[in-house]
Design a protein around this ligand. Structure first.
Ligand SMILES: O=P(O)(O)OC[C@H]1O[C@@H](O)[C@H](O)[C@@H](O)[C@@H]1O
Length: 298
């Protein structure tokens, strides 16, 4: 079914594009706009990417860079990019795209449901000749975005190859904060992390995470909930995403990123849940696995 046919029964769901919604400098990347009595959201078909979400009358749960560029095959700087089937640098070949390829690829919209209270969209992505040049496995992935007074995400994948398929991933969510100098992330005390600013050296977190400089850490075997302690606290909850990546680029790295800029690094933190490094998945032939994440007002 076409996107038009899928959304037609639902007055809460509208198809638009980034050029129409965000202005001339953007390409006409297809976007789905959702407005129920409870919440508002924007989702890009590229990357099955939840870009904006807020409960009406409350502050947004997600942050998008003011310098974001909506462009074919370019990852969107903000919202919830899906890093898959590898998180971060490809461990075997650094020339491959960082964070895998699905965040900058088109997904297929498969199902839409919406009511006055909630909306649910299901997307699918399958391996093809192009992806097999980067990642030599056949697989099917599905991603469901459920929106109500919170965001519920579910990513699943099935190994269709005859070999064991290694998968690491993160739902790389960007969150708005009031003040980087006072924000902290709780729920990681006593947790081992790999410090990506120190060649993945292992450390143990003591107390809440704060942001005195560039922070780029992969926490392993984490507790189910982390909370971003800011004016509107945000909770990330999952029993199946065993890693949490905490990232803020600091001023110098932000300045080097065209779609971010030094002026914006104090406005957000990323607390990304997924399964990476020692928490990666190794799927047997025909095996499926899935992971769920809730993003809510704490
Ligand atoms: O610029 P990208 O590819 O979106 O990555 C942003 C950041 O994503 C984080 O998840 C990584 O830990 C960082 O190392 C990386 O810089």
């Amino acid at each position: 079914m076409s996107i038009h046919e899928l959304i037609k029964p639902f007055s809460q769901v509208e198809l638009t594009d980034a050029n129409t919604l965000f202005g001339e400098k953007h390409e006409a990347l297809p976007l789905i706009k959702i407005e129920t009595e409870v919440c508002r959201a924007i989702i890009a078909i590229q990357g099955a990417h939840l870009i904006e979400f807020e409960v009406k009358g409350k502050a947004p749960l997600l942050w998008v860079s003011p310098k974001v560029a909506y462009k074919q095959n370019k990852a969107i700087r903000g919202g919830v990019p899906i890093c898959f089937p590898w998180f971060g640098e490809n461990q075997f070949d650094k020339s491959k795209p960082s964070h895998g390829f699905v965040r900058a690829s088109n997904w297929q919209l498969k199902e839409v449901q919406a009511s006055d209270q909630s909306a649910k969209l299901k997307f699918a992505f399958s391996s093809n000749e192009q992806t097999k040049a980067l990642y030599p496995y056949d697989f099917d992935a599905e991603y469901t975005i459920s929106l109500s007074d919170k965001v519920e995400l579910e990513l699943s994948c099935k190994n269709l190859s005859s070999e064991i398929m290694p998968v690491s991933f993160a739902l790389h969510s960007y969150h708005p904060i009031e003040d980087l100098a006072t924000v902290s992330v709780t729920g990681l005390h006593n947790t081992t992390f790999l410090d990506n600013t120190m060649n993945y050296q292992a450390h143990i977190q003591q107390g809440p995470v704060t942001f005195p400089s560039e922070i780029d850490r992969i926490y392993l075997n984490v507790a189910s909930e982390q909370v971003i302690q800011t004016a509107t606290p945000i909770a990330l909850r999952s029993d199946s995403c065993n890693s949490a990546i905490v990232w803020n680029p600091g001023p110098a790295k932000a300045a080097s990123m065209n779609d971010l800029g030094e002026e914006n690094y104090t406005r957000f933190v990323c607390v990304e849940r997924g399964n990476a490094f020692a928490n990666s998945w190794y799927l047997q032939p025909a095996e499926s696995k899935s992971a769920k994440l809730d993003i809510c007002y704490a």
